[in-house]
Ligand binder design. Structure first.
Ligand code: HEC
Length: 141
């Protein structure tokens, strides 16, 4: 084989290998790493009553608009965009998720991380973001 042919074969093999590696990587979603929240934010108390039916209804509406596409309607991490995420968006009905404080859920919604967008700017009213926390509390099994 000529050197140019060898080089072409090598390159082709490398491209195919990278392609398949990419495929297997996207097929395996990473489990989310622990997401620490500063103590002050962790202890923050909700500015609205989380069990109020009106608050929950507001949260549900915002959830459908901003969150459902990834997290799914019941927060099981099965929204239409979920399959293309590198990281599993989480099962919000789980005891592990529900054991986070209200302040932690509020903080993570506000700040985001990696594929999870932050909503401080997109949902400017803090009470609306608290309403989302109220809605996430209804996902408990
Ligand atoms: C583009 C997809 C996407 C959208 C839209 C999205 N999320 Fe997420 N969310 C994720 C992913 C992925 C993670 C896991 C991120 C990580 O742990 O690195 C996550 C994590 C979270 C967490 C932390 C989970 C935990 O265990 O504490 C909360 C809370 C959360 N999202 C709330 C929301 C809310 C509320 C909205 C809508 C206002 C929303 N997300 C919209 C993808 C999304």
């Amino acid at each position: 084989m000529k050197t140019t042919q060898k080089l072409a074969t090598f390159l082709l093999t490398a491209i195919v290998a990278v392609f398949f590696l990419g495929l297997t990587a996207s097929a395996q979603q990473a489990k989310p790493a622990p997401w620490p929240v500063p103590d002050k934010d962790k202890a923050l108390k909700p500015a609205v009553k989380l069990t109020d039916a009106g608050v929950i209804a507001t949260g549900k509406e915002l959830w459908a608009k901003h969150c459902k596409s990834c997290h799914g309607s019941k927060g099981l991490g099965d929204g239409p965009k979920a399959a293309s995420m590198k990281t599993f968006a989480g099962d919000f009905s789980s005891a592990a998720f529900q054991s986070s404080t209200d302040g932690e859920l509020f903080y993570r919604t506000n700040k985001g991380r990696n594929e999870m967008p932050g909503y401080e700017k997109k949902i400017p009213e803090a009470n609306d973001r608290w309403a989302l926390v109220a809605y996430m509390r209804t996902m408990k099994k």
